[in-house]
Write a protein that binds this ligand. Structure first.
Ligand code: TYM
Length: 334
């Protein structure tokens, strides 16, 4: 690690990712990894807060590791590791729990949403989830956290906990800043454009998965909900078209204004086809590369193992400081 600033982010291996995860997170990770010391994690412990099939979780974890690499995360430049391989995450989460309040955690939007969605499994982990996320971030003296808009409230909590700890025990943590893209930070559902695109949506036509092939992508965009008149412009009363234009602009690397000009006077059919083609041209090579990488589990194990070693060295430096500050007696070694 050189003296560049630290960037940290994580993704849950809780299913095949969508183009929402790609535009809101992965794409920016790749863009930022040259200018920062990037640390990227597979937030496997976070996924346990909703019921997982253990076999599927293992599969999804390898899928995500391969996807990170296929999207351009370079394990020579950046650290890529599984959260559960570095126990310092749960250790710091415990200490942060002692300065986090149930009131602030129960107010979190995602906790409230997930409690509604998983009524039969409202567990302590679900409520404590943002504290573990704060530990993830603060362990590395992170300065920048690239995330989609839905994680902003959790990042605010990480900042609050860092400030609270520093005030009580003296300067210990860097207070991280969020990096939320101006466009693409909140990709919406193709079926209900007032709702966020989500990998756990029961309606498979509502999202484009990073595993969808070209035909599926084009078919899903054809079915995407649009608005009543035929104008292809971004406007608050046109959430469907605004979402499609945003997706197009990011995948085709053109500005929204240029995209609006390109489709002036065109029909929805043409437009949707072009959006589908633009998305498929980016997703297709990524999917193929991911599948190639998935065939070599031992390579993925090696990458994660080396990543965990490098992450642990940094993490335990911070955890050691924290334990000392709060008054825990260090264990005598040797
Ligand atoms: P997760 O796994 O739900 O999502 C991973 C990333 O994708 C972003 N994202 C979106 N961006 C744009 N449009 C969407 N429709 C969309 N859906 C998801 C998310 O904002 C996120 O950046 N708690 C985190 C994982 C995590 C983490 C961390 C992130 C654990 N520890 C520390 C940053 C730092 C989560 O569940 O993301």
């Amino acid at each position: 690690m050189d003296d560049k600033k630290i960037l940290f982010s994580a993704i849950q291996p809780s299913g095949i990712l969508t183009i929402g995860n790609y535009l809101g997170a992965l794409r920016n990770f790749k863009k930022l990894q040259d200018d920062y010391n990037g640390i990227f994690s597979l937030a496997d412990l976070h996924t346990l807060t909703v019921k997982q099939d253990p076999q599927v979780l293992r599969k999804n974890t390898y899928e995500l590791a391969a996807l990170y690499l296929a999207c351009g995360i370079d394990p020579e430049k950046s650290i890529l590791f599984a959260q559960s391989h570095v126990p310092a995450h749960t250790e710091l989460a415990w200490v942060l729990n002692t300065i986090a309040y149930p009131g602030e955690l129960s107010r979190m939007t995602q906790f409230k949403d997930k409690s509604k969605k998983h009524e039969d499994n409202i567990n302590m982990g679900l409520m404590d989830y943002p504290v573990l996320m704060a530990a993830d971030i603060l362990l590395y003296q992170t300065e920048l956290v690239p995330i989609g808009a839905d994680q902003k409230q959790h990042l605010e909590l990480a900042r609050d906990l860092a400030i609270r700890f520093n005030n009580r025990f003296g300067e210990t943590f860097k207070v991280p800043e969020g990096y939320i893209g101006k466009t693409g930070a909140r990709v919406m559902s193709l079926a209900e454009p007032e709702r966020k695109m989500s990998k756990s949506d029961a309606n498979l036509n509502a999202f484009i998965s990073m595993d969808d092939d070209t035909d599926t992508i084009i078919r899903k965009f054809k079915r995407a909900v649009t608005d009543s008149d035929n104008k292809i412009i971004c406007a608050p009363d046109k959430p469907g078209i605004t979402n499609l234009l945003t997706i197009y602009s990011l995948f085709a690397s053109v500005s929204i204004e240029d995209a609006e000009k390109e489709f002036e006077g065109k029909g929805y059919g043409d437009f949707k086809l072009k959006v589908g083609e633009a998305v498929a041209s980016v997703i297709d090579p990524i999917r193929q590369e991911k599948n190639k990488l998935l065939a070599d589990k031992s390579y993925l194990d090696d990458v994660l193992s080396q990543g965990a070693d490098r992450a642990a060295r940094l993490a335990y430096r911070t955890l050691g400081k924290v334990y000392k500050k709060v008054g825990l007696v260090p264990r005598k070694r040797g």
